[in-house]
Design a protein around this ligand. Structure first.
Ligand code: AMP
Ligand code: MG
Length: 282
């Protein structure tokens, strides 16, 4: 990838070493132009994915408060056909959800074949917020890295393409964004004292993210770190990852669509043939 940082499976992630301010040497206008071109490609790919019905796409977005998960969903999914898309947001689990294993609520809402599913937060919260706040004993959350890898293996083995993006902002950028929300009375509904409270645990969150990204980046479901201090760059990097991940599947989809077209045409021909035969019968 040109714009996102790929977490090579088996390598240790150090978030300090990855610049959240990255711009790839582009101006904002250049970035927006490239983004528009990726977005157009993505639009075409979604149509093929949907019609072929061979694979599902699951995009997982994680990041600290204000990292831009909502904005990325709005912008990157902008061109897609809403019929083929579904966004799932994971909040504090309900009593019923907590009474099941942590993947229960997640597995229920993974996308079916042909669909694009976007997770705004995900099962990774169960090794992030849950770890930082000690919501379960350590041996319980520690076991989850392997459990997550096995779950994602099951999904990818059965036709789901998984793309995982961590939106990487700096602590300073988060402060700016939180303060900006306070300045804008029309956006005050976005304010949350909880965001400031979580911010006090920034370093613990970064340690939790580093371990999750390190242990759960696999060949079949890699993590991408998205420099996200610049919103236009964030969108560009995510759209590139999506396009480049989907590209190798296009031949499969085209073959499936060709086979479908042939079958439909043959069916129609047979139908017409039958009709003419009926009409000419005395
Ligand atoms: P938001 O994304 O701002 O709507 O907030 C959702 C909140 O739900 C965040 O504070 C998350 O940390 C929290 N959350 C999501 N999943 C879990 C989980 N499994 N356990 C505890 N809290 C969670
Ligand atoms: Mg929030």
């Amino acid at each position: 990838m040109h714009y996102a940082h790929t977490v090579i499976p088996g390598t240790q992630v150090r978030l300090h070493d990855i610049d959240p301010d990255a711009s790839g040497g582009l101006t904002k206008d250049e970035g927006r132009e490239r983004f528009a071109s990726f977005n157009a490609t993505l639009d075409a790919m979604q149509e093929e994915l949907y019609a072929a019905g061979v694979h599902a796409l699951l995009l997982i977005l994680q990041g600290m408060d204000t990292a831009g998960k909502d904005g990325a969903i709005r912008n990157v999914m902008h061109n897609l056909n809403p019929q083929g898309c579904r966004v799932e947001s994971f909040k504090v689990p309900t009593e019923e959800e907590l009474a099941h294993d942590f993947l229960w609520r997640v597995h229920k809402v993974v996308p079916r074949k042909g669909m694009v599913g976007v997770f705004n937060r995900s099962h990774y919260e169960d090794v992030l917020v849950v770890r930082v706040h000690s919501l379960v004993p350590e041996h319980v959350w520690r076991a989850r890295y392997d459990q997550i890898n096995a779950f994602e293996r099951l999904l990818t083995d059965t036709g789901t393409i998984i793309v995982k993006c961590f939106l990487h902002i700096s602590k300073d950028e988060q402060e700016k964004r939180l303060l900006a929300r306070e300045q804008d009375v029309t956006k005050a509904w976005k304010l949350s004292a909880g965001d400031w409270r979580e911010r006090e645990r920034w370093d613990e969150y970064m340690a939790a993210y580093e371990e999750a990204l390190t242990r759960c980046s696999t060949e079949y479901a890699p993590w991408y770190i998205i420099p996200a201090n610049r919103k236009w760059y964030r969108d560009l990097a995510i759209s590139e990852v999506l396009v480049e991940t989907l590209r190798p599947y296009r031949d499969d989809w085209q073959r499936a669509l060709d086979a479908m077209s042939q079958a439909r045409l043959a069916e129609l021909q047979a139908f017409r043939h039958q009709q003419t035969a009926g009409a000419t019968r005395p």
